[in-house]
Design a protein around this ligand. Structure first.
Ligand code: PEP
Ligand code: MN
Length: 251
């Protein structure tokens, strides 16, 4: 059986946890061990980061992929990492089990056409201002090229509200479960951008029928090179996983 069949048949709640960006071996190894111990199926970690500004940390690239491979060998977790283009896709392919399309690239049709030809699951995030119809268009690009291994990830959309980074569109979760045969997960980290209310959003996503969560965790969020404000520390992540246990199967 391949990874996709295992994931779908396992009936497990699909938690992908890890730092926004891979920063060094120690950081990703610590996060991987905690993610594994608490019942995650996958380790997330950006190697190629699509940052809003060019002077921001762009990711360690191939060095990060090496560290992800070591963390995978140590824990057996599936590796989820974002690809931006043909070059990063080719570099990520030997290490990544699941290829992430970030919000900024949901309508990068050239990238979607490349991923449509890959025999690996694609974690397709919702565009930051994309309608559900547009998101389904991106799904159709993957399907049209022959890839039906798709995980949909609601990560919040831009609204008039500024107290949160984005607004988690809870209704997208049950809607997509009606409209597609694919697992739908939520990313409360990028949706709200502040760690204090991530657990509430995670639980709301579960109540709405989400099949899993993508969560940013970091051994020392205050020192993170990206998205520290929305990264849970390990204690906070453990608490969240404990709170989810009565509702979902995490091991
Ligand atoms: C990420 O997952 O680190 C990321 C960049 O997310 P998004 O594409 O949802 O902004
Ligand atoms: Mn991030």
């Amino acid at each position: 059986m391949n990874i996709w069949d295992d994931l779908i048949r396992s009936n497990r709640f699909l938690v992908f946890a890890g730092p926004c960006a891979v920063e060094n071996l120690e950081q990703i190894m610590l996060a991987a061990k905690v993610a594994k111990a608490l019942g995650a199926v996958g380790l997330r970690g950006g190697a190629f980061k699509p940052r809003t500004r060019p002077e921001s940390f762009q990711g360690l690239g191939e060095e990060a992929l090496k560290y992800l491979a070591l963390a995978k060998a140590e824990t057996g977790l599936l590796v989820v990492t974002e690809v931006l283009d043909e070059d990063s896709l080719n570099k990520a392919l030997p290490v990544a089990d699941i290829l992430q399309v970030g919000s900024r690239n949901m309508q990068n049709f050239a990238l979607l056409k490349l991923l449509a030809k890959v025999d690996k699951p694609v974690l397709l995030k919702r565009g930051l201002a994309a309608t559900i119809e547009e998101w389904l268009g991106a799904v159709a690009y993957l399907e049209a090229g022959g890839n039906r291994q798709i995980i949909l990830c609601e990560r919040g959309i831009r609204t008039f509200e500024t107290m949160t980074r984005n607004t988690l569109d809870i209704s997208a979760i049950p809607l997509l479960k009606k409209l597609t045969p694919y697992p739908v997960i939520a990313d409360p980290s990028h949706a709200v951008g502040r760690r204090d209310i991530i657990p509430s959003l995670a639980k709301a996503a579960v109540a709405a029928g989400a099949d899993g969560l993508l969560i940013e965790i970091h051994p020392r969020p205050e020192t993170a090179l990206s998205d520290g404000k929305q990264s849970l520390n390990f204690e906070e992540f453990e608490q969240l996983m404990l709170e989810l246990k009565p509702w979902v199967q995490v091991t």
